[in-house]
Ligand binder design. Structure first.
Ligand code: ZN
Length: 181
């Protein structure tokens, strides 16, 4: 198996809507295996295909119960509200406090094309929502409130220019050692 390089902020592939998976074949199975390996190597709890440059609607995850995959996922139901510090493998080093629904039901298919329905809350629900966003070309930055998003974007711009962003980062509300997705 081969692992991929994780695409990072600024790569246009992260801003495009991925296409539905239609072929459930050996190529897909291989992609899933390689994505799981890449996720583990990056020490992430989730990884969406666009993050490895593949414009297909699937993601892998492991929040401690072994690896899983959802192909062509859809958030079928969402409820509650939970503020949590998110981190993204594609935006290294930023932790952003983001409010999203606390519980979701995700429907989709497994790697064989069989229908699946998964209920999740708290961290797993957060992973699912973050990864489905990736498939729509949406980064966690877009889930921030305006003021905080401006700071986060300035941190990323300044970093790209090699500037010290320590003081700016201190103004962001996210903190801690959140597992990244
Ligand atoms: Zn991410």
């Amino acid at each position: 198996m081969a692992h991929y390089a994780v695409r990072t902020y600024g790569d246009p592939v992260l801003r495009q809507r991925a296409a539905e998976v239609e072929e459930f074949d050996g190529v897909l199975a291989r992609l899933v295996d390689d994505m799981v390996e890449t996720m583990y190597e990056a020490e992430g709890a989730g990884l969406a295909a666009p993050q490895v440059g593949v414009q297909r609607r699937l993601f892998v995850y492991d929040v401690g119960d072994g690896p899983g995959v959802v192909v062509n996922p859809r958030i079928a139901d969402a409820s509650g509200e939970w503020r949590y510090d998110e981190g993204c493998l594609s935006i290294p080093g930023l932790r952003l406090a983001i409010v999203r629904p606390a519980r979701v039901v995700v429907t989709g298919q497994d790697a064989d094309g069989e229908p699946v329905e998964l209920e999740a809350d708290e961290f797993l629900a957060r992973v699912f929502q973050h990864e489905v966003d990736h498939l729509d070309g949406v980064l966690m930055l877009e889930r921030l409130e305006d003021d905080e998003r401006k700071i986060a974007l300035k941190v990323l711009r300044d970093r790209a220019m090699g500037l010290d962003t320590t003081a700016l980062e201190a103004r962001l509300s996210g903190a801690g050692s959140t597992r990244v997705v």
